[in-house]
Write a protein that binds this ligand. Sequence first.
Ligand SMILES: [Mg+2]
Length: 241
Amino acid sequence: MIRAIFYDAGHTLVKPRAEFDEVWDFLAHQLGISIGEEHRGPFPDVAAFFYSRLGEDGLGSYASDRAALAFWTEYYAFALRDIARDLPIERIHSAGGALYDWYNDPEQWQPFPETIAALESGRARGLVQGVVSDWGSELLPILHAHEITRLMDFVVASAVVGSSKPHRDIFLYALGRANVAADETVYVGDSYLADVLGSRSAGLHPILIDRDGTSPPIDVPVVRSLADVVAVVDRMNAGES
Ligand SMILES: [Mg+2]
């Protein structure tokens, strides 16, 4: 019997407000340079960068605020590698740090259109709901500002608890907070490695959210929207009875 739904935060419950052009403007301003149209493409794939860093960071990219800041600073330096080649690395890191702070402002995030209604339907089912996220300690005010915390029983941010996905410890910590068993809990996230493999290593039932419909067929339920999650839970519970 499924009694709880845990959710990833970034790109599952909330997404950045700004288009990437505005982010390029911010970085150009911070660096004191202009960044031409030819360089203003989409930012590099964060997930791919995260995977590539697993060898260096182990499973700890987000296990503290300092680690999260270092991860994003390195990521922005990577994104700027061709544009700011002649600038001192300290300046590039300083601009990346400023962008990290900018993203910790609740105004830079927004719920997906279906987020609140989906969480309300989970709550109406009497399900325990919580957030398990690789994020710095600013996660709680961000979720609070967007009225998500009122629909949650708890929020676990990796930098606060000292363990980050995909490590099983952060999921085990959340199960303790929720007072539910792993087998009674689904975990919804958009990353196969951090969310699906991580939660499964702790014994939870993963659901992948694939908003673009680009995931290959995988070995767990895939939904296109949070609005579909409760129906998956209902099916799992009906299948057991
Ligand atoms: Mg995510």
